[in-house]
Design a protein around this ligand. Structure first.
Ligand SMILES: *Cc1c(COP(=O)(O)O)cnc(C)c1O
Length: 355
């Protein structure tokens, strides 16, 4: 029997990423997937056509320089193209950034519970995840995060709105944090759900980018733009940071189809904003309905709500599933319910009323 050479120790320590499950098809019952914060709408007008045209050229490698996508984003965001770095989802961009900055002995500070990709992306570099507990109402504790920064800290990640707990940080809070962070630390502001924020003083990632050279803004086409299946996201950063992120990227990572779909989605922004408005209204209905029933729900600024039900997590998730609604349980902590079709909101509210 031959021995298998061992992977790096960090790899054996990787926590698993638990994806949101799809519903099991049930005859006669319409089921809803509220487990992955996906957009329930079909692609925006013109996107399928643009993607199909790109599919016809699949024998060719994609444009590795993402020329047209960077040009469209640079135009939209009013930044030079050299400040951009794309990847297969903003998760990939975060991997590239951490690979560029972190190794054994380094620390990366982020809130917890937050996005489950963070500890995986950090650990794989050999660096140590430093998890700073969110407050009881699911908010980042920025003072505690600042206090967790040491000489070993290379990167701090802020997730706003925070997945899965829901609240957003204010622009004033983030700007104050960035102004106080020591010079040897990069601050990543993950704005995956920025389009859904309706709180006063919302984070303006581009203003942070202009004001602070060590801020990296992460954005994605997966959520509001509805391109989760195509994998495209990007960073806006100081040109030297963006260059290092691009240098670590997988060659030809972002497919031609994803590049074409992203550009077409940017062109359909008016339709996008209408849909986002509908989802925000649905979120308001979900949040108000749950609170009227007596549930404690943190502020919800993304396309999801959080019920920190602790020991009741598995039971509540099972009850939802029995009603045809699949949510995302976090064992022993709570469930995250994505905002999807209005009928799905109604169904979940019925389940919640009975539990
Ligand atoms: C969904 C999500 C992303 C984006 O993921 P993609 O890789 O772009 O699909 C990034 N950050 C957070 C917090 C998310 O929830």
């Amino acid at each position: 029997m031959s021995e298998i050479p061992a992977p790096r120790a960090a790899v054996t320590a990787l926590p698993p990423y638990v994806p949101g499950r799809p519903p099991t098809p049930r005859p006669g019952v319409t089921t809803y997937k509220l487990s992955s914060n996906e957009n329930p709408y079909p692609p925006l007008p013109g996107v399928v056509e643009a993607a199909a045209a790109a599919v016809a050229r699949m024998n060719r490698y994609p444009d590795m320089a993402c020329t047209d996508l960077y040009a469209a984003l640079a135009d939209r965001l009013e930044v030079p193209t050299e400040n951009l770095a794309a990847g297969t989802g903003s998760v990939a961009v975060l991997y590239h950034l951490l690979q560029a900055w972190c190794q054994d002995g380094d620390d990366v500070v982020f809130a917890w519970r937050s996005f489950e990709a963070y500890p995986i992306a950090v650990t794989v570099t050999g660096a140590t995840p430093v998890k700073v507990p969110v407050t009881d109402d699911g908010r980042h504790d920025l003072d505690a995060m600042m206090a967790a920064i040491t000489d070993r800290t290379r990167v701090v990640v802020l997730c706003t709105p925070n997945n899965p707990t829901g609240p957003a940080i204010t622009h004033t809070e983030v700007a104050d944090f960035c102004a106080r962070v020591p010079d040897h630390v990069l601050v990543v502001v993950d704005e995956a759900y920025r389009e859904f924020v309706r709180s006063p003083d919302p984070v303006d990632g581009m203003a942070l980018h202009r004001a602070f050279p060590r801020v990296v803004v992460l954005r994605t086409f997966a959520k509001a733009y509805g391109l989760a299946g195509f994998r495209v996201g990007y960073a806006v950063a100081h040109p030297e940071v963006a260059a290092a992120v691009r240098a670590c990227a997988l060659p030809f990572g972002v497919s031609s189809v994803a590049q074409a779909a992203a550009i077409a989605s940017l062109d359909a922004e008016a339709a996008l904003l209408e849909r986002v408005e509908e989802l925000v209204a649905e979120r308001t209905r979900m949040l108000a309905g749950l609170r009227e029933q007596g549930w404690t729900v943190p502020d919800a600024q993304g396309n999801f709500v959080w019920l920190g039900v602790g020991d009741r997590t598995a039971d509540l998730a099972a009850a939802a599933e029995a009603a045809g609604v699949v949510v995302r349980p976090f064992a022993g902590e709570g469930i995250r319910v994505s905002i999807g079709e209005p009928e799905a909101t109604t169904r979940f509210l019925e389940v919640a009323a009975r539990n």
